[in-house]
Design a protein around this ligand. Structure first.
Ligand code: FE2
Length: 192
């Protein structure tokens, strides 16, 4: 796809989240994406991480409602089964973004597991919905899983995206526009 087509595709999928509630949270999938990206900007994040925040739940936006699950494998365009919506999203975005963005998208559920394992107070601050999905996502990490996760150069980035993800659940929060974030996204496209 040409860069313009990629941005149209992303716009289309995010717009599709306007009428879909974000899990058990009091915001739509559309609001959640814009809120997370806005929180990233407010935190002074580089554009790559603003894009990762915007797109971290892209996997939820490329599957049908009844295929949405935090633990059940989903079928995507290419027919390959994948474990969670993070992986689904990273796969859909793979041709267009850096490894940094893709890691943050693909590992955002793992980042929650990581934070719950390493920071007990983080676990206590999660929403009820997020605590419910934690078990489906695998619960706390084993020592081996921790070691493997920490071997990535993007762990601290993924943890930041995860905190914006946790924050972007505020009914009525003022955000920047989707147009604004698509401009940012356009500057981070890795198309040949
Ligand atoms: Fe999210």
């Amino acid at each position: 796809m040409e860069p313009g087509e990629v941005l149209d595709y992303i716009r289309d999928r995010i717009e599709g989240g306007r009428g879909r509630q974000y899990g058990e949270e009091p915001v739509s999938e559309y609001e959640h994406a814009l809120q997370c990206a806005t929180l990233a900007e407010q935190d002074g994040a580089d554009e790559e991480l603003v894009v990762a925040a915007l797109l971290h739940d892209f996997g939820r936006l490329v599957v049908k409602d009844d295929e949405l699950s935090d633990s059940v494998e989903s079928d995507v365009d290419d027919g390959v089964k994948r474990k969670d919506h993070g992986e689904v999203g990273a796969r859909a975005l793979k041709p267009y973004f850096s490894d940094q963005v893709l890691f943050c998208v693909g590992q955002h559920a793992e980042s929650k597991r990581y934070l719950c394992t390493t920071e007990p107070e983080y676990h206590d601050g999660l929403s009820a919905g997020s605590i419910t999905t934690l078990e489906k996502q695998g619960g706390l990490m084993s020592a081996e899983e921790l070691e493997a996760f920490e071997s990535s150069p993007f762990v601290s980035d993924a943890v930041r995206v995860r905190r914006w993800d946790d924050g972007g659940k505020i009914p009525g929060m003022q955000t920047k526009s989707l147009d604004h974030f698509l401009e940012v996204t356009g500057r981070q496209l890795q198309t040949a």
